[in-house]
Design a protein around this ligand. Structure first.
Ligand SMILES: Cc1ncc(COP(=O)(O)O)c(C=O)c1O
Length: 472
């Protein structure tokens, strides 16, 4: 029989980073993304747009938890909302109501009424992929169909349902047959046009190709006798996130929406990474003047303090008659800590002019990285940005062939924490995305000043000099 002392000996506190990493290697599953970096990195503290390691070295974060912490680590206003809720109503079974859930739903509902002129309802869950699952239920329930379109390069999460509509086969390969795998359509990634066209002259050739699917029943999508498509919805990220912050031409989504409306196919807008002003508008889709049928959101709604996620759907798709009580549920779905901080975040977004803030700072940042591209054409093949979602595509010396190896080296070098931020030893936190894993997807904190953006760009330039001296 074990004694209390024996049991405590099972859990001696780890003394140093080495011991912690040894324990991690042995006891943590490696199935997440931690081991993309070798050795993995341990952080101790976070404040503003800096992470601090166990030695207290600051790392300037240009990715802000994949855009979940857009409003800064330790944001006082949002932290206080969380603490107040912790004191008052920290837990409540989702079967019962609380004020913040209702007010947050109403805030998002009213906002969308004013933006799109459409009445709709909000349904919460935890985690982006789970909200995607709920949206799939709504689509299936309302249309009676299972099949959907999604984009090549698209990412919607890694539950089984979300993996089925995420383009990467790598995420599905070891998990059996995905009967409802989406039909993947090329995204307008104009720097590497999937059709080999030029943006200036293509006249949206990609839309013509998509529209052709419905020209005759023999193209396999459309029954002209009943006027019905076999596909229920099109899942789209307005700006591809994991795909490398790829921004489509402004005319693309209106043209796509026209085809979808003609064929009675719903547009599901995945705003999980680009929503809440990351792309300069409350919803990224607002940049393109189209009305989605369903919007799925998560991440920055709570500034990363709680995994609250959710969806908004048009009344016709989610009315109580169509989607009755019990249609979907999760124990933690509308947890009060999440709704309280989400409500405060939405209030904050309404009060401060985040549209102007993100558009202004984003253009300043973009101008700086365009300058880097001009200085280092043998390293950077493409740069682009919308709001504070920016991309730097790392290429071979010809400025086009993807250079994944150099991208990895730059990323790892930034994590060493020994760059020089005007005399201060600093690291740089970057994230890699893109079809060829050669794109730095920058999602900086909205609070960064122009002077801090200058420092970030200087750090990135140091990385170029360290990792590709022969190409500078
Ligand atoms: C556009 C998009 N959709 C869905 C997801 C999945 O969200 P989660 O990781 O919270 O499940 C992500 C996550 O990065 C995303 O960027």
């Amino acid at each position: 029989m074990s004694t209390v002392i024996d049991e405590l000996e099972l859990l001696p506190p780890a003394q140093n980073e080495r011991e912690l990493l040894d324990l991690e290697r042995k006891y943590c599953s490696w199935g997440d993304t931690v081991h993309y970096l070798d050795p993995p990195k341990i952080f101790e503290r976070a404040e503003g747009h800096y992470l601090y390691d166990r030695e207290g070295t600051p790392y300037l974060d240009l990715q802000m938890w994949y855009s979940a912490a857009s409003f800064g680590y330790g944001n006082q206003r949002l932290n206080t909302a969380m603490k107040d809720q912790l004191e008052r109503l920290p837990q409540l079974a989702c079967q019962y109501l609380h004020t913040e859930k209702i007010e947050l739903s109403a805030a998002i509902g009213r906002l969308n009424e004013s933006k799109f002129g459409l009445h709709g309802r909000v349904h919460f869950n935890v985690g982006g992929a789970q909200a995607i699952e709920d949206s799939l239920k709504i689509v299936r329930n309302a249309t009676g169909k299972n099949l959907v379109f999604a984009f090549m390069g698209g990412y919607h999460g890694r539950t089984l349902g979300a993996s089925a509509i995420t383009s990467s086969y790598r995420y599905r390969r070891r998990f059996g047959h995905f009967a409802d795998r989406a039909h993947f359509v090329p995204f307008p990634y104009c720097f590497r046009c999937p059709y080999g066209k030029k943006k200036e002259t293509c006249e949206l050739y990609c839309i013509d190709q998509f529209a052709k699917n419905f020209e005759t029943e023999y193209n396999s999508f459309w029954d002209p006798k009943t006027g019905e498509a076999e596909f229920a919805a099109f899942y789209a990220e307005p700006i591809q996130a994991t795909g490398g912050y790829v921004i489509p031409p402004r005319e693309y989504f209106p043209a796509l929406k026209k085809v979808l409306e003609e064929r009675n196919i719903l547009l599901v807008d995945d705003e999980i990474q680009m929503g809440f002003y990351r792309a300069g508008r409350f919803w990224a889709i607002e940049n393109f003047n189209v009305e989605p049928d369903i919007i799925v959101f998560g991440k920055a709604l709570t500034n990363g303090l709680n995994p609250l996620s959710g969806l908004w759907a048009r009344e016709e798709l989610i009315s109580p008659e169509l989607f009755p009580p019990g249609s979907t549920h999760s124990t933690f779905s509308s947890n009060p800590l999440g709704t309280a901080v989400g409500l405060e975040a939405v209030r904050m977004m309404e009060e401060d002019n985040y549209e102007a803030i993100t558009q202004h700072k984003g253009s300043y940042f973009l101008a700086q990285i365009k300058e880097l591209q001009r200085k280092y054409p043998k390293v950077i093949g493409d740069t682009d940005g919308i709001g504070m979602a920016l991309r730097i595509e790392i290429c071979q010396a010809d400025g086009f062939e993807p250079d994944r190896e150099l991208t990895d080296r730059i990323f790892a070098e930034g994590m060493k924490g020994d760059l020089d931020a005007r005399g201060r030893r600093t690291g740089l936190v970057l994230d890699i995305g893109g079809y060829y894993k050669n794109v730095f997807t920058l999602a900086p904190c909205f609070d960064m000043t122009e002077a801090e953006i200058d420092i970030a760009v200087e750090l990135f330039e140091q990385l170029i000099h360290r990792c590709a001296p022969e190409r500078t």
